[in-house]
Design a protein. Structure first.
Length: 243
């Protein structure tokens, strides 16, 4: 009965269902964050976000990583089960590891580093702010992770996010052409990271555009996963080693 229900879903309904399953909590958190900031409501000590000295301090702890990884694996599993019934899979999105695609992923990582520095320079007007590894003056990430948990999240999260935010998004929207598809996927990626503040939103939107153009050109998730994984190591590993 459940399989029959899923098989008979319209494309828009399937899309809404998959996005809700994968990102329902993140969408709710982003909407709450936007609502609080538009109403100038004070921040509370919830979801690991603490308002302090006009900065959003996001504390990432080992327990939160385990919870996040479990949620992502479960929701990805449910999504792929839906895809199996509907006739698509990771292979449909182009999931093939190779030396060639790994090399492209490394290049993509460095390209995003240059792009993010450029974005922050344009937003702040300061070369030194753009060179700050934490970047945005309105976003401060405080990590309480240890190295094994950094490795865990840097492996699982890129697969989950790129499979859905890139592969599935493009699979469902590609009939609208490259510009609408790339822009919509990038906008959604930025929206999911709006709790990082304005600069975080803009940086993730820029990341979405860059990844989107690469994915549209080659239709392979592996370069995006490699670049995303390297980005997470770059952001979190130094802090984990310092603790």
């Amino acid at each position: 009965m459940m399989k029959s229900f899923i098989r008979n879903l319209s494309l828009p309904t399937e899309f809404c269902l998959v996005i809700f399953i994968c990102f329902g909590l993140s969408i709710a958190a982003s909407l709450i964050w936007i609502g609080n900031h538009l109403s100038h409501a004070p921040q509370t000590h919830t979801q690991g976000i603490v308002h302090f000295d006009n900065k959003d301090i996001i504390q990432i702890k080992n327990g939160g990583i385990v919870f996040s990884v479990v949620i992502q694996l479960v929701t990805l599993g449910i999504t792929l089960w839906i895809g199996r019934i509907r006739g698509w899979s990771l292979a449909t999105f182009g999931f093939r590891a190779s030396l060639k695609w790994t090399g492209l992923g490394v290049i993509l990582f460095f390209a995003f580093q240059l792009l993010s520095h450029l974005v922050l320079f344009l937003m702040t007007g300061s070369f030194f702010a753009a060179a700050d590894p934490h970047g945005a003056p309105t976003f401060l990430r405080v990590s309480h992770l240890t190295v094994p948990f950094v490795i865990l999240i840097a492996i699982v999260n890129p697969v989950f996010e790129e499979a859905i935010e890139s592969g599935y998004f493009f699979h469902m929207l590609q009939r609208h052409g490259p510009w609408i598809t790339i822009f919509a996927a990038a906008l959604f990626r930025g929206f999911l990271h709006v709790t990082m503040g304005l600069n975080g939103f803009v940086a993730m939107f820029a990341m979405g555009l860059l990844y989107g153009f690469v994915y549209w050109r080659w239709r392979q998730l592996w370069p995006l996963i490699v670049a995303h994984s390297l980005q997470m190591f770059y952001a979190l590993l130094p802090q984990a080693l310092a603790t």
